[in-house]
Design a protein around this ligand. Structure first.
Ligand code: SF4
Length: 83
């Protein structure tokens, strides 16, 4: 899972904004202002049912990470946390 969902900066982060774009999900903000330090994005190619290939993007480590467990969920309490 992407560590960003539990990061204090998730709604203003440019790297997470890019992850949202790759996943094709709605953005938390249209104008992210934070450039994180050294985010390392893990890209995984997945075999999905029906012979479809999917690509999963997750930030696994980041020097700007500030633990704020459940931050994404508090911003979108009516939605499922992205995985
Ligand atoms: S962990 Fe890094 S890339 Fe992810 S939201 Fe936080 S600052 Fe941005």
């Amino acid at each position: 899972m992407c560590i960003c969902v539990d990061c204090h900066w998730v709604e203003i982060c440019q790297a997470y904004h890019a992850v949202e774009r790759q996943h094709g999900v709605p953005h938390l903000t249209a104008t992210p202002t934070l450039m994180p330090d050294q985010p390392r994005i893990h890209v995984q190619v997945l075999d999905l049912p029906g012979g479809v290939v999917g690509v999963e993007w997750d930030v696994r480590t980041c020097d700007s990470f500030v633990a704020d467990p459940g931050r994404w969920q508090r911003l979108r309490p009516d939605q499922r946390v992205p995985t």
